[in-house]
Write a protein that binds this ligand. Structure first.
Ligand SMILES: Nc1ncnc2c1ncn2[C@@H]1O[C@H](COP(=O)(O)OP(=O)(O)OP(=O)(O)O)[C@@H](O)[C@H]1O
Ligand SMILES: [Mg+2]
Length: 280
């Protein structure tokens, strides 16, 4: 089970995130990025966050610690933004907290620090979980104390939004064409050799055991088994998705990670200033 904490103060919304995660302090004196149970895509996003982050952790990929955060609506009274206040009120009860990494840098600032071994493992992991949210536009990776940290797995495990289609997702190739680590020369065969045999039924059962019952449908044990079976089937279908993943990694990103200077510049601003001058 994830450690459970109780929120003591709402600090501020994190507006970089589409789901308006909130920064909160808790009774263990920790500070957490809270993902709301009532946010747009629903509670399954929280399930995906827990399953993927705990699977990553079990494979020694770096992810922030997770907790559940009990929130009472009164904590939102000082929040001036009505949308945020409503979100917090509708989310009364148990939400997901990620250990807040103060001073973490965006991925872009340290992308050169990802070695091919780690890049390969992250790419392989994202293909396994079907993570559509690790693109160079929205990398969902941070650097903290010089070390990569993976965040935001709410958009992975898309099969759980429509179980009847889950079987068709088992062998589906992963579209790595815009993956943020494609230019780090990811070593996918080495990742597969190191990680595949570690993803066992008992490891996945331990991962699913971390998901709180109240975020799952009625028969929680049967639902947990469905996730385990789906991920094991995905693993067993590597013949279908691994070769194209290796090919995509070998082809690299084609220099797309960094948008050319001035690409997003509105025409009325004129041409970009000479290299070396900064603009705010
Ligand atoms: N544990 C953390 N420590 C520090 N900053 C964080 C942490 N988690 C998230 N952030 C910051 O908050 C932003 C939003 O978080 P996240 O991507 O998880 O939210 P989201 O609402 O799912 O976002 P998206 O718009 O990508 O769907 C991140 O880009 C990052 O800048
Ligand atoms: Mg994000």
């Amino acid at each position: 089970m994830l450690p459970a904490v109780t929120a003591t103060r709402y600090v501020t919304p994190l507006r970089e995130g589409g789901s308006l995660p909130g920064l909160m302090e808790a009774d263990d004196l920790g500070t957490y990025v809270v993902k709301w149970r009532a946010a747009g895509q629903g509670v399954k996003v929280l399930v995906a966050e827990v399953v993927c982050a705990e699977l990553a952790r079990a494979l020694d990929l770096p992810v922030p610690a997770l907790v559940t955060v009990d929130v009472v609506p009164e904590l939102g009274v000082g929040e001036p933004d009505v949308e945020v206040q409503e979100l917090l009120q509708r989310s009364a009860g148990r939400n997901l907290g990620l250990d807040y990494l103060p001073g973490a840098l965006d991925f872009e600032a340290g992308a050169d620090g990802v070695d091919p071994q780690l890049a390969g493992r992250v790419l392989w992991f994202d293909a396994l979980i079907g993570n559509v949210d690790r693109s160079w536009r929205n990398p969902n990776m941070l650097f903290w104390h010089g070390r990569l940290q993976l965040i935001d797995h709410g958009a992975a495990l898309t099969f759980h939004h429509h179980w009847p289609g889950a079987e068709a997702a088992v062998a589906r190739p992963y579209d790595a064409s815009a993956h943020a680590l494609l230019e780090c020369e990811p070593d996918v065969p080495a990742a597969d050799a190191a990680l595949a045999s570690r993803v066992t039924r008992s490891l996945l059962e331990n991962v699913l055991a971390q998901v709180p019952d109240e975020w799952l449908e009625d028969d929680d044990d049967a639902v947990r088994t469905r996730y385990v079976d789906q991920l094991l089937a995905r693993l067993a279908a590597r013949d279908a998705w691994l070769p194209p993943l290796v090919a995509a990694a070998e082809a690299g990103g084609g220099g797309r990670r960094r948008a050319p200077r001035g690409e997003n510049r509105p025409a009325w601003l004129g041409p970009p200033p000479p290299e070396g001058m900064t603009q705010r």
